[in-house]
Ligand binder design. Sequence first.
Ligand SMILES: C[S@@+](CC[C@H](N)C(=O)[O-])C[C@H]1O[C@@H](n2cnc3c(N)ncnc32)[C@H](O)[C@@H]1O
Length: 202
Amino acid sequence: MKREFSKNDFFTKKAKQENYPARSVYKLQDIDNKFKIFRKSDWVLDLGCAPGSWLLYIGNKVSITGKVVGVDVLDLNTQPLNNTLFIKKNVLDEDLLESGPLGSASFNVVVSDMAPNTTGLLEVDVANCLELTNRALEIAKKVLTENGNFVCKVFEGLGTDAFVKEAKKYFQMVKKYRPQAVRRGSKEIYLIAKGFKNIKIL
Ligand SMILES: C[S@@+](CC[C@H](N)C(=O)[O-])C[C@H]1O[C@@H](n2cnc3c(N)ncnc32)[C@H](O)[C@@H]1O
């Protein structure tokens, strides 16, 4: 999964000008403009939040009456807003929900921009990514309030259709979307799921 990175591309420059630590903020902005993901006062969980551009965007959207919790194994590269809590933790850790820092919190929206370190071997990268996306869906199912929304990065490839099919069981609307800021040649797309049904499927 080799990608071309240009320090001078449009979104990189824009992020620098607007004081975001990563250009990925424009992927979320595009998704939010199109699908209306966040509302004022929402509680939002951001999985894989470092360096922190989504945290800043969401923190501003939900305003002072909302709350944002971000989780990442890496440190942030920005000062989070006052309505934002950062937890340094591996999302795959079993105790994240059970006895961990999230405790019994519930959220109106869960977003995941998590990506594994790429190996260059497509099948390995897709499998690693699917482990993260499956975990994100598992967490979303546990913490989302009824009618909540879920946005999750996936890499197109083996297993993506099954993931979309699984998500469709739990949400009223599920779509795949490729924001404009995704780099050319990248396999990255986003699953947009709205209207969590909060049902138990055995
Ligand atoms: C593309 S970056 C996210 C960028 C972020 N949305 C932003 O706008 O600043 C992906 C992040 O996922 C994190 N990540 C990958 N695997 C993780 C895991 N198992 N637990 C927590 N974070 C993870 C990485 O450390 C990395 O910071």
